[in-house]
Design a protein around this ligand. Structure first.
Ligand SMILES: *[C@@H]1O[C@H](CO)[C@@H](O)[C@H](O)[C@H]1NC(C)=O
Ligand SMILES: *[C@@H]1O[C@H](CO)[C@@H](O)[C@H](O)[C@H]1NC(C)=O
Ligand SMILES: *[C@@H]1O[C@H](CO)[C@@H](O)[C@H](O)[C@H]1NC(C)=O
Length: 426
């Protein structure tokens, strides 16, 4: 009897362990997941919902959705979100920047992660004329739609809901697949279906260009992509932030993201992509900052500096990696680094401070600390004959010099990395 109980217990434990494994395996977004719902939060960070989990941003692990939105659980035990969007209309102050979630016949309205009074409500009460059990929803402000609207998707039925008049206009989006989730990101509209997505015109549902494409190639940061993923196309058009970027003394540019990097040679507009592992084996992947100094690439990852002599192939110098503290006189990790007009000075960005390191002095020290007020966190920075580019998220900002960056009180024009730097069409 005791043995039987023991065996029973063991097999239960095994079953439990397997179910845990299963849950974890299913929730690797780099395996090509179909998301239930997608919406950006108040800060423009996309939230991808899958089952009772939530992925925030373009990389990182899934969290339980109820950790961010506790009440989603109370009324729904299946634990999934059908559709989500962020209301984003300046002249609708009561609902501006609220996130709406749809579960079966209920709608939840959150503002800064707090459920609004009186919610959840029936969908028919808040959005009359819109059916229950939706597949997807996305906000569509003027002039992207004729009126400030929300587009709802259920099967192949499309509803344009006028936020002001509450009028519902049923449409047919003939060339579009049925969306399982949809979102608006940087003024573009994306319909996800399975692990693919299509960019569409919100007024007509027309899809222009070569779609569908792999969702993880553009909206996720993965160490591995699908076998038929085109590395160059994916890396130049990805919306995921860069980790580091630099231009060597000859003017060749290197841009690093996750496990891959893009290279553009001086005088040649052709982009090439490769894995970091292939060209910078010792570094392997996920670099924090890279700068060029005297024909070497200084690559910083966590607490260490790797130094490669530029050439084909790049060669890693003996004695490296060394601690960042020993090599540059500052504690790692750092966010960005670049050399500008003064060829002896490496400028280091760490948090909201910028430092100068005189590369000719031994031991090197990070001095001349100045505050950076324009950005909370910088992803990467590069300086060449055109001036300084600072990279934050999907954009970069141009400054004449590090001094102007430090002195600026207003953000200059933002440029989209994919379009302005890599010549992608979106
Ligand atoms: C969230 O959901 C998990 C799994 O369903 C549950 O174990 C946990 O107690 C929930 N947490 C909250 C804060 O409701
Ligand atoms: C799209 O949804 C409709 C139901 O509205 C269904 O009849 C049709 O089969 C779906 N199409 C695909 C490709 O799943
Ligand atoms: C640019 O680079 C590509 C790819 O390496 C190469 O095929 C092409 O010949 C180069 N063009 C010029 C003008 O150097």
């Amino acid at each position: 009897m005791k043995l039987l109980a023991h065996i029973l217990c063991l097999s239960l434990a095994l079953a439990w362990a397997q179910s845990q494994d299963h849950a974890l395996a299913v929730l690797d977004r780099c395996e090509g997941l179909e998301m239930d719902a997608v919406a950006v939060n108040e800060e423009g960070i996309p939230y991808f919902f899958k089952g009772d989990h939530l992925f925030k941003g373009f990389h990182g692990k899934a969290e339980l959705s109820n950790e961010s939105f506790a009440e989603l659980d109370d009324h729904h035990h299946l634990g999934h979100v059908d559709a989500a969007f962020r209301m984003h209309y300046e002249d609708n102050p009561t609902d501006h920047d609220h996130m709406f979630f749809f579960l079966d016949h209920k709608v939840f309205s959150y503002y800064q992660h707090k459920l609004e009074d009186g919610y959840p409500k029936d969908i028919s009460e808040v959005f009359p004329g819109i059916p229950n059990h939706l597949d997807a929803a996305v906000e569509c402000p003027k002039p992207e739609c004729d009126e400030d609207s929300v587009i709802f998707f259920k099967g192949d039925d499309i509803y344009h809901y006028n936020v002001r008049t509450k009028a519902v206009d049923e449409k047919e989006f003939k060339s579009m697949p049925n969306c399982t989730s949809a979102f608006r990101f940087m003024e573009h509209f994306y319909c996800f279906h399975g692990h693919l997505f299509s960019k569409f015109d919100p007024k007509t549902g027309e899809v222009h260009g070569r779609y569908p494409k792999e969702a993880r190639d553009y909206f996720m940061r993965c160490s591995k992509f699908s076998d038929d993923s085109d590395h160059v196309e994916r890396e130049r058009c990805s919306h995921v932030h860069l980790d580091a970027i630099t231009s060597d003394n000859a003017g060749n540019m290197y841009a690093f993201r996750g496990h891959h990097y893009l290279r553009k040679d001086e005088g040649n507009d052709t982009l090439k992509a490769d894995t970091i592992e292939n060209a910078f084996k010792e570094l392997h992947s996920e670099v924090d900052a890279v700068f060029s100094y005297e024909n070497h690439l200084y690559m910083i990852k966590d607490d260490h500096v790797f130094v490669y002599r530029v050439g084909e192939p790049h060669t890693h110098l003996d004695g490296y990696p060394k601690p960042v503290k020993e090599e540059l006189g500052i504690e790692g990790p750092i966010d960005a680094a670049f050399v500008c007009r003064d060829p002896q000075i490496a400028h280091i960005i760490k948090g909201q401070s910028i430092y100068d390191v005189d590369m000719n002095v031994s031991p090197r020290v990070a001095g001349n600390e100045r505050p950076l007020t324009l950005f909370k966190k910088v992803d990467a920075a590069m300086c060449n004959s055109e001036g300084l580019k600072v990279f934050v998220g999907t954009h970069y900002y141009h400054f004449e010099s590090p001094m102007i960056l430090v002195g600026s009180r207003a953000l200059p024009e933002q440029h989209r990395v994919s379009v302005a730097l890599f010549g992608c069409d979106h």
